[in-house]
Structure formats: structure tokens, C-alpha cells
Design a protein around this ligand. Structure first.
Ligand code: ZN
Length: 340
């Protein structure tokens, strides 16, 4: 059934702050979403339904059964197939709005590829679950003068801030150092789907204001709330900090990749190995691994079970090894079965 754009967006066009002209601007907009988990899949779903014309979804992970509670774009078949989230999300978007151009990038945003992955985006949205990637987005966005929106959710708590380079505070103005290690994560404190959906709704609304050109209506605070405790707070973030490393001194340490490890913990009892590009031929690898355990693959991922570990290999050689947080064990499994 063909659906006309007039019909599809009629209720949104009636909203006077958007109107026909705003809708036209949305259709021409280009947005990159980094991370397509709970927050990312909600925000990208809202923007796709709202008619943002070009969406680029960047995600390094694949769909798992424990995602279905909160990651609104995925279904059981995606988890059964271990589909990369970027691929599953694009398919789902096409099923409800084929007018949108969606690009999937199954990739880990890193200093070496940030330029290529975020190129052409007029707005970058945070759907990640870690500060390392957020600082990288912040450095990139501030250096290129591209707005981005920070958003995070854990337990019943959500936090978000618009970063308009040169106009408002950036992430490094507010958090000069990574709060890593002190923050709870979804893997330790759990998460309510409603907390992620709420913060995604705020993020999507701010994105719409920006894309239709209504900058005066953009929020200029760090907003946080706890849905369970009925708390909310706003911290003024309307001005850059003069001595800020990123937007003041323009010292983009995260863009240079200083101190970035080749192996990272993804949380949830797993380790990611991304030290080098190693294109993998899945058919050949499947034959090589079959004598050592259970192997299954589709066009996007190869999974290998070797008790008590589960290795997920991507075509570029990146791997996520589940069943350990010991990087030495993960590295040795990778060296033994994929190559050193
Ligand atoms: Zn700053």
C-alpha cells in the first residue's frame, strides 16, 4: 500500500512549530546515531517516523535476547539470528517508513574511523553506553562545529544535554574527566525501558527543534530525572567554560586516540577485540572452526561456541568474546582460533 507523505506526516505538520516548511526541512536532514541500544533504537525510531530523511545508524553489537525488554526496534527473530543492531534497525525502519534513507554501519566508532563514519551528518545523537565514545563524539563535534546531543539512561535515571559548539557547554566543560569506574551501568544496576524511552523522547524532541531551525527553543541545561523517585534537576549549561580542554583550548585528545586500548570490556561479561583490520572469509572460517565447537553464520556475523565462551566475529575481524572479562583469556582465544 502506497502512503502519501501528506497523509503520513499530517498530524505533525498540524503542529505549528513544525508546519509544512519544518516537515520539508526534516526530509532533507542528515543525522547520525551512534549506538542503537535502548536509547538509540528509540530515538532513531521516533526520528524515522517523524520523517528525518537521512539516518545513519552506527552500532558495533548484535541483538541478544536480553535486549528485547527495552530495545524497541528489535524482535525475537533478530535475537535468534544474532543480527547486527544496525542492520536489524534499518530493516525495521524500512518496514514502517520506506521514504527514509537509512545507512547501517556495523562498526565500533573509534578515532581512526570517526571522520568517515560521521562525515556529512548535520547532527550527531548519542545512543552509546560509554564515556569513551561520548568524549570521542564530543571532540569530533566541537572540532567540526557540529551539534550533538548527549543522552544516557541507567536504572530509572536519565540524563541529557544539547551541545551546540561555541554556544553552549560541551561534554568536557561539564565532565572534564571521565566518570568511568564510578558510574553504574545497565549491566550492574539494570534499566527500566521507560527511563531509556523517556530520555530518547527528550533527545528526539531537541533534535526536531534543531533540524527545523528553531534554535531559540533548544534547552540549554543538563537535564536529569529519576522516574522512580520522581526527582528531576537541571544544571545551567548555556555557556562554554573558558578553560575547557575541548572547546576552550581545542586540545582534542580523544580524536588523537591517546591512551585508547586495543581491547575493551563491553560490560555484560564480555571483551571486545578490535586491534587490527583482519578481513574474515566466513565460509573458510566456518570450516576451520567446525572441529573445535559449534559454528553458525549469516551474512553479517559468525558465532562460535566453545564452552564456556561464545565468540562473535564480524567481517572486518572485530570480535566480541562473551563468558569472560579477562582480556588475556579473550586475546588467547582470538589468537588461537582467528589469528594472532
Ligand atoms: Zn567545553
Amino acid at each position: 500500500m502506497a502512503i502519501s507523505s501528506e497523509d503520513r506526516y499530517s498530524r505533525q505538520v498540524l503542529f505549528s512549530a513544525i508546519g509544512a516548511e519544518g516537515q520539508r526541512r526534516l526530509g532533507e536532514s542528515r543525522v547520525a546515531i551512534v549506538g542503537c541500544g535502548a536509547t538509540g533504537s528509540s530515538v532513531v525510531s521516533l526520528l524515522a517516523r517523524a520523517g528525518v530523511g537521512h539516518l545513519r545508524i552506527i552500532d558495533r553489537d548484535y541483538v541478544e535476547p536480553s535486549n528485547l525488554q527495552r530495545q524497541l526496534l528489535f524482535d525475537q527473530a533478530d535475537a535468534a539470528d544474532s543480527l547486527p543492531k544496525a542492520i536489524a534497525a534499518a530493516r525495521k525502519i524500512t518496514s514502517f517508513n520506506p521514504e527514509i534513507a537509512v545507512e547501517s554501519r556495523v562498526s565500533d566508532l573509534a578515532p581512526g574511523n570517526v571522520e568517515e563514519l560521521l562525515e556529512g551528518a548535520q547532527l550527531v545523537l548519542d545512543g552509546t553506553d560509554n564515556f569513551e565514545t561520548r568524549y570521542l563524539i564530543n571532540d569530533f563535534a566541537v572540532s567540526k562545529n557540529i551539534p550533538w546531543i548527549y543522552a544516557a539512561a541507567v536504572a530509572s535515571y536519565g540524563v541529557t544535554m544539547n551541545v551546540l559548539p561555541g554556544e553552549t557547554a560541551c561534554l568536557a566543560c561539564i565532565f572534564p574527566d571521565s566518570p568511568r569506574g564510578t558510574f553504574e551501568t545497565c549491566d550492574t544496576a539494570g534499566i527500566l525501558n521507560s527511563a531509556a524511552a523517556s530520555i530518547a523522547a527528550v533527545e528526539a524532541t531537541e533534535a526536531l527543534k534543531l533540524l527545523v531551525g528553531d534554535r531559540a527553543s533548544l534547552r540549554r541545561t543538563l537535564l536529569s530525572f529519576d522516574l522512580w523517585r520522581n526527582d528531576h534537576a537541571e544544571i545551567t549549561a548555556g555557556k562554554p567554560r573558558a578553560d575547557c580542554r575541548a572547546c576552550g583550548q581545542r586540545d582534542f585528545i580523544h580524536l588523537k586516540g591517546e591512551g585508547r586500548p586495543h581491547i575493551t570490556l563491553c560490560g555484560r561479561n564480555s571483551v571486545q577485540i578490535h586491534e587490527r583490520q583482519r578481513p574474515v572469509d566466513f565460509a573458510e572460517m566456518q570450516a576451520r572452526l567446525a572441529p573445535h565447537g559449534v559454528v553458525r553464520c549469516n551474512d553479517f556475523v559468525l558465532k562460535f561456541w566453545k564452552d564456556p565462551y561464545e565468540m562473535t566475529l564480524f567481517p572486518d575481524g572485530r570480535a566480541i568474546i562473551k563468558g569472560t572479562t579477562d582480556t588475556a583469556i579473550a586475546r588467547s582465544l582470538y589468537a588461537r582460533f582467528v589469528g594472532s
